[in-house]
Structure formats: C-alpha cells, structure tokens
Design a protein around this ligand. Structure first.
Ligand code: NAD
Ligand code: ZN
Length: 247
C-alpha cells in the first residue's frame, strides 16, 4: 500500500456521490476468525465445501452442526477490528453508502454499520428445514437440534454451496454496485459467485473499483487500484488520507 495509491483512492472517494463496499472473510481475519482459505486447526481435515452444503447436512447433521457451533461460538467471542470500525466511519461520509458482506459473523452490524446487506445470511440465526420457522439454538448445544413445532432438523440461516442467495439481498446488492461511483472490494478472494460478480458489475457501470487484500485475487487485474495489506491497517490509513485531501 503506497501513499501515492492511497491518495488516488482518497481523491476518487472525495468526489464520489455513492459508495458500495463488498467484504469477505478477510476483513474478519484480524478478529481471529478463520477464512475459508485458511481453515482453523480443528477442521483442517475438511474442505468448507464438504460441510457447507445441504447434502452434507442431511447425511451427517451432527458433524455439520458441530462445525457451525464452533464457528458460531468463535463469531460471538470475536470483536470487530479496526477494519470494521473504519467502515463505520466511512459510512458517515456519504448519504449513499451500502455495505455488502459475504460474512455470516454479524461483525459489521456489531461494529455499528447500518446499511448492511448480508448476502450469505447470518450464522447466529437458525431455522427448521421442514416448517421454516426460526429457531433459537443454545451456543453449547452439542446434540443435533430439532424443531419444537414439527420435529424437523434445525439448520443455520446461511447460504450453502449450491443454494440461491436471498433474491431481495442480491438484487439490492446489484443495484448498489451498479450505481456506485466508487466500489471497494475488501478481504475477498472474489471466486464465490454471484458475490464475485459485484465488483465486475460496478466496473462495467463506470465505477472506480478498488481492492483491499493481503494477496492478489481473481479480480486484481481488472480493478483500478489494488491496496495490498491487511484491511485493519489499510482502511484506517485510507480514512486518514481522506481527511488530508478534504481539508
Ligand atoms: P475467502 O476465504 O475465499 O478469501 C479471503 C480473502 O481475504 C483472501 O483473498 C485473503 O487473501 C484475504 N485476506 C486474508 N486476511 C486479510 C486481511 N487481514 N485483510 C485483507 N484481506 C485479507 O473468503 P470470501 O472471499 O469471503 O469467500 C468465501 C466464503 O467464505 C463466503 O461465502 C463467506 O460466507 C465465507 N466465510 C465467512 C466467514 C465469516 O463470516 N467470518 C469466515 C469464513 C468463510
Ligand atoms: Zn419445524
């Protein structure tokens, strides 16, 4: 992340009337939550795709439940980091600011972000696979939980591999991405569709697209500027640079 690149981004943001942001697991990495590319030790023998799908759940609900319980507890115990907090500060500078997240940990809302679209659901919510009623699940439940009304299996309210995203959420996300003057793609490998299409849609509609990531990603070659580094360092630096260009 060079000072020069930060300045270019800050100048563009200063003149943008609307801003959209897409975040992925990388923004929560500094809160201690494992990304999918960097699995936590306990679950290293499984690929997330093997657990985060409906067939895995139906064939071994206890295993999938155990994985989600461990991620759920980690999410509750985690605290928002300087990256989440910087996005709360950023949101206050625009009337039109939309935060689209692929994360299911709820940390953006806990940090204080308001206009948040949770594209892949929220790990703290659960529902019955049969009657679809929302169900509460204790954080220490170790047995597979069943619906108190119909006895159906309780699953997390997240979007699994092979499932459709909530239509209202993806449509709002596309609207925000394609009308944004500036678009920030933060801590996402940009390989899970349709979320990964949002920066592309933004670019197609003339948005200035910036990536913030520790590594190169699938969209690095098409973005206007790549700010390499940890979101928790780059975003506060961007805020400081914005203050410098606006005085
Ligand atoms: P991903 O694991 O595919 O990619 C994470 C990206 O973050 C990588 O490109 C990595 O280089 C980058 N990164 C790591 N640390 C970073 C840091 N400190 N600052 C900036 N970038 C950093 O995750 P994804 O792109 O979000 O997509 C896959 C799926 O992962 C999504 O469906 C999401 O729901 C799910 N997921 C969510 C959580 C969570 O809610 N915390 C955790 C794991 C996975
Ligand atoms: Zn039920």
């Amino acid at each position: 992340m060079s000072k020069h690149d930060l300045k270019i981004v800050a100048e563009k943001l200063r003149t943008a009337a609307s801003v959209a942001v897409l975040t992925g697991a990388g923004i929560s990495a500094e809160s201690g939550l494992a990304t999918f590319r960097d699995p936590d030790g306990l679950w290293q023998q499984f690929r997330p795709e093997e657990l985060a799908n409906v067939n895995a759940f139906l064939s071994n609900p206890s295993l999938v439940q155990l994985w989600y319980q461990s991620r759920r507890r980690a999410s509750v115990e985690a605290e928002p980091n300087p990256g989440h907090l910087a996005l709360v500060q950023l949101q206050q500078r625009w009337n039109s600011f939309t935060l689209i997240t692929q994360n299911v940990d709820g940390l953006h809302k806990r940090a204080g972000s308001t206009n948040v679209i949770e594209l892949h659901g929220n790990i703290l919510r659960n529902y019955c696979i049969d009657c679809r009623r929302e169900a509460t699940l204790s954080l220490d439940a170790s047995e597979i939980s069943r619906c108190l009304v119909c006895g159906g299996l309780i699953r997390p309210d997240v979007v699994w591999f092979g499932e459709q995203l909530p239509p209202a959420a993806i449509s709002r996300a596309y609207d925000a991405a394609s009308s944004a003057d500036a678009f920030l793609s933060i801590g996402t490998s940009a390989v899970v569709f349709p979320a990964a299409d949002l920066p592309i849609a933004a670019k197609r509609n003339g948005s200035f697209v910036v990536e913030i990531n520790t590594e190169e990603t699938a969209i690095s070659s098409m973005v206007d500027v790549s700010l390499r580094g940890q979101a928790g360092a780059v975003l506060p630096a961007l805020l400081r640079t914005l203050d410098e260009v606006t005085v």
